[in-house]
Design a protein around this ligand. Sequence first.
Ligand SMILES: Cc1ncc(COP(=O)(O)O)c(C=O)c1O
Length: 396
Amino acid sequence: MAVSRRSFVATLGAGASGLIASPLITWRGHEALFAFQGTTERRADRLLASKPGMVRIDSNENPNGPGQHVFDTIMKHFVDANRYPTKSEDDLIQVLAKVHDLKPENFILGCGSGELLRAAVQAFTTPTRGLVSPEPTFESPANFARFINHPVVSPKVDSKLALDLNAMVDAARNAGLVYFCNPNNPTASVHGASDVASYVDQVMKASPEAVVLIDEAYHEYVADPSYATAIPIALSNPRVVVTRTFSKVFGMAGMRAGYAVGQPDTLKKMQSWLLGSNVNQLALAAATMTVADKAHIAEEVRKNREARAFTRKFFENAGYTVHAADANFFMVDVHRDAKEFKMECVKQKVAIGRQFPAVPTYARISIGTMPEMKKAVAVFHSVLTNQVSTSNGGKH
Ligand SMILES: Cc1ncc(COP(=O)(O)O)c(C=O)c1O
């Protein structure tokens, strides 16, 4: 039967979600879709944090933003907004090659590193070779693997919240991809260079096909002298990739830019899952301007350390444990349901990180500016010294 455009549109209007979304959802499975959307809880959390007057220390962003020099660059490049950004992609890749002393073919760009993580899951996992993603870690790769019905194995972190590398070697047998976040979000734990190298060696032997993706989103913040970037490993091993982002120390989470580093053939497998020109003209210009700015990075790291030390000291003086803090956030055991703790803080206009089910009494605190952390610490003090009812009805 012929359907006119008008009647087609009218039919859509009457029940568009039923007609279009429902076969899609059935195919993907409701549960997977919700899990992938993440998502819904994280989105709700971010919307909550963006309410007026809120101290936003929930998403490991840089409270200072990218700085005046980046703003000026963006304004200057606005005249290019009508052009596809091919030349600007090349410019950023050239600068990255220079900063890292590598070749342009060792880089691909992402709409945030999040897009690259997703591409790696697509490229390297299958319905029989799944993903290893510890618990807790940044959930986006695992959510996406579940969404496409690829298996996920999640070894739990150890009692000090460090990744359990032995369990992660076992889990990697027959895996397609291991997600190794270093420093790990949300635990802020760091693994030293020799641990990472030995982990990769063991996975190479135990699992003939697995690729290891090392996510260095928080690389610049690490002070631990045993730590080093895994980029040299990625260059020498076709089964290792490193990702970086402009969302953290560079203060550009809203601009959406990241990159992956590795051997060209490995990156090509990921690239086929990326949208062409996935980073917009202005984000490219901003990233190109800021990535080599060592003084700016050092200043952001310094500010973060100062506010982080102040915040950590408050918790430790009050008798709460912080195992690691080598990032622009840390986790603290608040000895109560972390979600309830968060909601109590939100009532007083401080939005901290969401609860991570594997460590339900640990709150993740991102580090804001010093004035923000002073306000936040006063709120933490008030919440912690008031009795908070727990989900099982008891009182602490
Ligand atoms: C460890 C880690 N990797 C990747 C991302 C994704 O960041 P983006 O897509 O903004 O680069 C995040 C975001 O918080 C993260 O914590």
